[in-house]
Design a protein around this ligand. Structure first.
Ligand code: GLN
Length: 198
């Protein structure tokens, strides 16, 4: 029998509730993750938006950061949005401590400047083969994309949604619009990895 998937949502700070609402809408079982040992019970993890420096502080100690770092290699995909994307990036300008360093991109925090702190823009998304509404809030910008990284979304000519293996990274907030395309893509990835494991 096919095992039901359960998606973890890192709930240390930030907009984790918005991700949980999307997962509810899509009828997927989920659990908030606040401690390293809770990761054992989930098939994937979403790293929400918020403040990357604060999240990193919470991840210090008891092997939490390392436990998350190991998930993609265990066939458990990660999806980082905004601050979560910053945590996944290999190279980050403006982050005082190392993040998870799992995706070969260089990212710059708060890179749109004060006036453009928050904006709703229309971007292109390969998953829809068309336009997608994208909400940016004090968003980072991807400055370099490594050769193993696939660009799945662009806004104003810059990559904003990328994937490298089991890691999906969005510099905007797909959990804040009604369009569930990106979450559905992530769940499909989780499902694929689950099938490979049985
Ligand atoms: N500016 C935040 C940071 O650098 C990210 C903002 C967000 O997640 N909406 O961590």
């Amino acid at each position: 029998m096919k095992r039901k998937m359960k998606v973890g949502v890192l709930a240390l700070q930030g907009d984790f509730e918005a991700h949980a609402r999307v997962l509810d809408r899509l009828g997927v079982e989920w659990a908030y993750i606040r401690r390293a040992e809770e990761l054992r019970g989930v098939d994937a993890l979403i790293l929400p938006g918020g403040e990357s420096t604060t999240s990193l502080k919470f991840l210090e100690g008891d092997g939490f950061r390392e436990a998350i770092r190991r998930l993609p290699a265990q066939g458990k995909p990660l999806f980082g949005t905004c601050a979560g994307a910053i945590l996944l990036a290999q190279e980050v300008a403006g982050l005082p401590q190392p993040g998870l360093g799992l995706v070969d991109v260089a990212i710059e925090r708060n890179a749109y400047g004060r006036q453009l702190d928050s904006a709703v823009r229309s971007g292109w998304c390969a998953l829809k083969e068309g336009e997608l509404e994208m909400v940016f809030i004090r968003a980072p910008r991807i400055r370099r994309v490594g050769p193993q990284v696939e660009v799945l979304g662009e806004c104003e000519g810059e990559p904003v949604l990328v994937q490298q293996g089991n890691c999906l990274l969005a510099t905007f907030h797909p959990e804040l619009t009604d369009d569930t395309t990106i979450h559905r893509h992530f769940l499909e990835l989780v499902r694929m990895r689950q099938t490979e494991k049985v």
